[in-house]
Write a protein that binds this ligand. Structure first.
Ligand SMILES: *[C@@H]1O[C@H](CO)[C@@H](O)[C@H](O)[C@H]1NC(C)=O
Ligand SMILES: *[C@@H]1O[C@H](CO)[C@@H](O)[C@H](O)[C@H]1NC(C)=O
Ligand SMILES: *[C@@H]1O[C@H](CO)[C@@H](O)[C@H](O)[C@H]1NC(C)=O
Ligand SMILES: *[C@@H]1O[C@H](CO)[C@@H](O)[C@H](O)[C@H]1NC(C)=O
Ligand SMILES: *[C@@H]1O[C@H](CO)[C@@H](O)[C@H](O)[C@H]1NC(C)=O
Ligand SMILES: *[C@@H]1O[C@H](CO)[C@@H](O)[C@H](O)[C@H]1NC(C)=O
Ligand SMILES: *[C@@H]1O[C@H](CO)[C@@H](O)[C@H](O)[C@H]1NC(C)=O
Ligand SMILES: *[C@@H]1O[C@H](CO)[C@@H](O)[C@H](O)[C@H]1NC(C)=O
Length: 755
């Protein structure tokens, strides 16, 4: 394949164009997606090049070159084009979509014990290590992997599954011998000499160890959160595809990595990456949605993070129905730090700090605006914005900052205050309490507004206020948990509201897992030592919990398809917390399905879901028809003469056989809306289920039939749900349809927007 390297200088050319000829068009990388190659014969680079040479003027023939080409599960390539060429290409018969190569963001263990504690009766089926030779292979598309981590040891793991067709690419500081029977595959895509699959960031290492790391006893973060770190299926194999660097993740590389993972023979693909919610225009210009579609078409589950742009609605990404979309929750472990004031009052803040301060000595305490630099607005200094704090006034003190300006992160505030030679920092931020901030040995604490105003009152009340900040202590069995993390991106999905998203919630706050042990520039680690584990938060951390759970289910039910596994996890999810109350969000309201999906995963219950919703590739194609794609597009995507149903309207999306129900718009004066579903019995063959509906007052919900009978010869049954919104409250109405047989509770969550 031709290398792009020689063309990188092109990226600087627009500057020259501006100076000399304003007419030269701007060049950039485009992804050209050409649909399915299910019946294709691979090796289509020549035809892609032919396509390009029909388009690119002879004098620019150096551009007739492929950046990446996709030849396995789907067709297409990426190349450097002008906008006009891109637009011409998009009109070609064989081309589905052409879009600029986007840059995607990373969605930066006690957690598994916590998930298993929800239901003691299921504990007996917790047999992680009974089979050390699982055939299940997980592909992680991320920042690569640190192969030396004890979480990826292959001790006791059997030989590499024979179905594996991938490779362990050698690269800078990464040898074939860095792969083993646990880490069986490694690929990277950037073509410069320094490249390899080695993780320099830590994200990919963390994510892989959360999902399927082997148990590592006595793991901790400098002594905090000590315990056994492990994944959801320790016997599963890891294939690492490095698609991201410090600068983000290129869409064309993600697409290439998905194509490779499918060819290599992975069972599940885990992607803790996403587009920016405001940039997603449709499913066919989103590389993750395109790649995941073709993976699903071949029976490979794709699990993705929902994004970290919450708590506003419509911030969720990775919302295609063939993607398993994961929101983030807290777990029952909290990291608290005690602030002791000069008046002997003490308050708990949230933090991960290894403060050297003790109760024995207090330091002067000051509000940021009282230690402002000259000519600095008080609002800047209050927020501890760079340049706003006067070292002469702040040195030796503990400084209180507020968090009104989202542009200045806690990390920056800490650096600003530290730079001013202050002794420590207290940050007032209500939502920050749900996201422990790691300040290393620098004393820090994050407190809510109530505690904040008490501390500010104390400062005002005395001439010489003082305080100290003690090192973090871990609070186990913290209640309530789980709680929806404030940063977790919220539904409804911006592209369609007729599919309920997110799907499910999993732990994503302060998760201990493997990391790249290294010294970080502006971070003071205890004793200047590195750690093999670290504590991270994000939907990035929630996603691999679902990946690990799905791998676990698949290990017990090898013949279950990805949609059966997804449905099993979704209809059995937990909706209560460890206080026995319904799940809440971080401001103490009941969590809606647009925040938490169907609830928190309980993978042990999902082993025996009773009934499941099978969503087929046909359903997904109908979805694309209903969404509004043209028949020609659908034919290319499938590489068949598939035709859309005659009536293809957006509201029919609600009818695809998904494990939840969402209606984007139910007019008060419209006739009753009918939604169809088919369930498959995966429990014992003779079963009778009866229906029970929890609906909000005013929304009439009728399910027919009220009973479903299954027998040896009859494992499928259809039911219809009728929604009548005449007397319902306007806006989203949430509820649940339950199918009960005395053993199972099959929960079907619905969201109906009454207008
Ligand atoms: C363990 O895995 C191997 C390979 O997939 C399989 O043949 C064997 O039956 C499994 N054993 C158990 C107890 O599940
Ligand atoms: C755990 O590790 C610490 C040091 O990191 C060590 O002092 C301790 O003995 C270890 N405990 C066990 C049970 O291995
Ligand atoms: C929690 O839910 C309530 C009610 O839906 C909402 O008003 C509030 O904004 C939510 N809080 C967060 C942090 O999302
Ligand atoms: C705070 O408590 C310490 C010991 O507990 C005591 O010596 C000191 O006088 C107290 N200070 C105030 C202001 O109450
Ligand atoms: C944050 O930065 C953006 C862009 O630089 C700016 O438009 C916005 O006003 C800033 N927000 C605040 C609260 O200063
Ligand atoms: C840690 O390293 C920095 C820079 O190398 C040094 O200034 C500092 O004294 C060291 N701290 C400890 C506790 O060793
Ligand atoms: C496409 O349609 C033709 C004629 O209707 C049929 O013979 C052929 O089998 C179809 N091809 C596929 C791939 O379905
Ligand atoms: C299911 O029910 C039928 C009819 O009642 C009966 O003949 C059959 O043995 C039952 N099968 C099982 C597995 O219980």
């Amino acid at each position: 394949m031709a290398s792009l390297l020689q063309f990188f200088p092109i990226l600087h050319l627009p500057f020259i164009f501006i100076c000399c000829t304003a007419l030269k068009p701007i060049l950039q990388t485009y992804i050209v997606y050409m649909g399915s190659s299910l019946n294709g014969n691979g090796g289509e680079d020549l035809s892609y090049l032919a396509l390009l040479s029909s388009l690119i003027p002879r004098e620019e023939s150096e551009r007739i070159s492929l950046f990446h080409s996709y030849n396995h599960a789907f067709k297409g390539f990426s190349a450097i084009l002008t906008e006009k060429e891109a637009s011409t290409l998009s009109g070609y018969e064989e081309v589905v979509s052409v879009f600029p190569d986007p840059v995607l963001k990373l969605h930066t263990t006690r957690s598994w014990d916590f998930l298993e504690a929800v239901d003691n009766k299921f504990r007996s089926s917790r047999l992680w290590d009974e089979n050390k030779s699982s055939e299940i292979i997980i592909g992680f598309i991320d920042t690569g992997i640190w192969p030396e981590s004890p979480s990826f040891s292959d001790e006791g793991i059997g030989k590499i599954p024979s179905k594996w067709k991938g490779v362990c690419m050698e690269g800078s500081n990464f040898k074939k011998s860095n792969c083993n029977r646990k880490l069986i595959g490694a690929r990277f895509y950037n073509k410069n000499g320094q490249a390899s699959t080695r993780d320099n960031i830590g994200h990919g290492t963390h994510v892989a160890s959360i999902a399927v790391g082997v148990p590592v006893a006595n793991a901790s973060y400098y002594g905090l959160a000590r315990g056994t770190a492990r994944g959801g299926l320790a016997s599963a194999r890891i294939a690492s595809y490095k698609a991201c660097s410090m600068d983000g993740c290129s869409g064309s590389v993600i697409l290439k990595a998905i194509d490779d993972a499918i060819k290599d023979g992975v069972d599940i693909i885990s992607i803790s990456i996403g587009m920016s919610a405001i940039l997603q225009s449709d499913f066919l210009s989103d590389p993750i949605a395109i790649g995941a579609f073709h993976a699903e078409q071949r029976g490979i589950m794709v699990v993705c993070s929902a994004g970290n742009d919450g708590p506003d609605p419509y911030t969720i990404v990775n919302t295609a129905p063939w993607i398993f979309t994961v929101a983030a929750s807290t777990i029952d472990r909290n990291f608290l730090t005690t602030i002791v004031l000069g008046n002997n009052q003490s308050y708990e803040g949230t933090a991960i700090n290894f403060s050297p301060l003790t109760r024995g000595k207090a330091y002067p305490l000051a509000f940021g605006e009282k230690v402002a630099s000259r000519f600095t607005p008080a609002s800047d200094a209050r927020n501890c914005i760079p340049g706003s704090i006067d070292t002469k006034k702040a040195a030796g003190k503990i400084i209180v900052c507020v968090n009104e300006d989202p542009n200045v992160s806690k990390r920056i505030k800490k650096l600003v205050v530290e730079d001013a030679k202050a002794k420590g920092v207290i940050i007032i931020d209500n939502q920050g309490q749900f996201l422990p901030f790691d300040s290393g040995t620098y004393p820090s604490a994050v407190i809510g507004e109530t505690t904040g105003s008490r501390i500010l009152n104390y400062i005002k009340s005395t001439k010489s206020p003082t305080a100290t900040i003690l090192p973090t202590k871990v609070v186990p069995r913290f209640k309530p948990a789980p709680v929806v993390a404030p940063f977790s991106s919220r539904g409804p999905g911006g592209l369609t509201e007729n599919i309920l998203k997110p799907d499910i919630m999993a732990p994503g706050v302060a998760i201990l897992a493997a990391i790249v042990p290294r010294i970080i520039a502006d971070y003071s680690a205890p004793g200047n030592k590195t750690s093999l584990f670290s504590i991270k938060s994000g939907t990035s951390m929630a996603c691999p919990h679902v990946t690990g759970a799905a791998a676990f289910i698949k290990s017990k039910h090898p013949h279950w398809t990805s949609s059966i596994i997804k449905s099993a996890l979704m209809t059995t999810a937990s909706v209560s917390n460890n206080k026995g109350k319904l799940l809440t969000n971080s401001t103490d309201y009941y969590a809606s399905p647009h925040e938490a999906g169907v609830g928190e995963i309980t993978h042990l219950r999902a082993l025996d879901p009773g009934l499941v919703f099978e969503t087929t590739v046909q359903d997904y194609l109908y979805f694309l028809c209903y969404f509004g794609y043209k028949p020609k597009t659908l034919r290319s995507i499938t590489n068949t003469n598939f035709s859309c149903p005659k009536s293809s309207t957006e509201k029919l999306i609600s009818n695809i056989n998904y494990p939840t129900i969402s209606i984007a718009s139910l007019k008060k004066n419209e006739r009753i809306r009918k939604i169809k579903r088919v369930v498959t019995n995966v429990g014992s063959s003779n079963a009778t289920y009866t229906c029970s509906v929890d609906a909000p007052p005013g929304l009439k919900v009728l399910v027919l039939p009220k009973m479903l009978h299954f027998s040896a010869g009859l494992s499928r049954a259809a039911f219809k749900t009728f929604f009548d919104g005449k007397e319902a409250t306007k806006g989203y109405n949430y509820g649940v349809i339950k199918w009960l047989d005395g053993l199972h509770v099959v929960r079907v969550v619905f969201a109906v927007n009454v207008e």
